[in-house]
Design a protein around this ligand. Sequence first.
Ligand code: FAD
Length: 317
Amino acid sequence: MTDVLAVADHRRGDLRDVSYELVTAGRELADETGGDLHLAVISGTVDEFAQKLDRDGVDAIHTVDYGEEFNHGVYAQTVIQLYDELAPQYVLAPNSVNGLDYAPAVANELGLPIVTDTVDLETDGDTLTATREMYGGKVETTTELEGQAVVTIRGAEWPAADGTGDAAIDAFDVDIDEGALGTTVNGFEEVGGGDVDISEADVLVSVGRGIEDEDNLELIEDLADALDATVSASRPIVDNGWLPKNRQVGQSGKVVTPDVYVAIGISGAVQHVAGMKGSDTIVAINTDPNAPIMDIADYAITDDLFDVVPALTEQYQ
Ligand code: FAD
């Protein structure tokens, strides 16, 4: 048992970036175990996805043409059947909404240990050393797992795989028990927010709970106008319904990599930082000098946002 099985992630017809990062993480592990890297591509336009994922270092890609979108039962049943056939040392899944849905069920069904949200992985073939972050990224912990394991990886921690591979691509003959599927996806409803894609913005003005009240968002919008920037937010702002979900930065929102990211009244929780740490220049405005965001900021302004934001707006408009 030396092989690695990684499971690609897609949503609404697009492969997610973490799929390419899974190839890199999987290849590194397979090199350390001396095994092959297998990829599972489940549901959606599997042939197109398989072609895109046939990058350097992928040995085999197994496609399952079953439905368009993620379905817990289809993924769980497929991964378990692939595991039974391939007996990989490690099953790698993304630490995404989808991955966190089926990976624990797979581990439970197979009686394997699971470690989630990993940012680094090393193995000597028997012992897997998985690194995770705690306390807003201030502390790293390592977990050691013996033997076979299920692992989820955090997005944007491994580089995307490139190059063109020559993987063997086959349609995996899965036996889906439809009676056990439980859920079906009937359709999607767009939430508000129009066509703004914060992951494409060059400058983001991002607002957090420090703004206190929905009415105060006007201050942020004025600054965004002055800087020709797009407004994004931390999760509490979205949970409050003050901004639509497609403005949320972070682990359960979007990963953004703008030239400039201005974090206003945002503490810098690890789930938020996961989505914006790739920004070129980070400016943080926070009354608390010890807020975690101040540690990763290139420019940390320790002051009240209700003073700083209007002053900046005036300066740039
Ligand atoms: P807080 O942590 O409350 O920080 C508010 C900050 O504002 C503080 O640092 C404070 O000092 C500062 N402040 C207050 N008043 C002022 C003022 N007048 N001037 C200047 N500064 C001021 N969060 C995300 O953002 N994105 C995600 O995708 C995400 N996914 C999650 C997924 C999971 C599974 C879980 C468990 C959590 C997730 N979270 C996510 C939530 C995350 O853990 C934090 O709770 C959240 O990021 C905190 O948001 P915040 O920084 O706006 O608020």
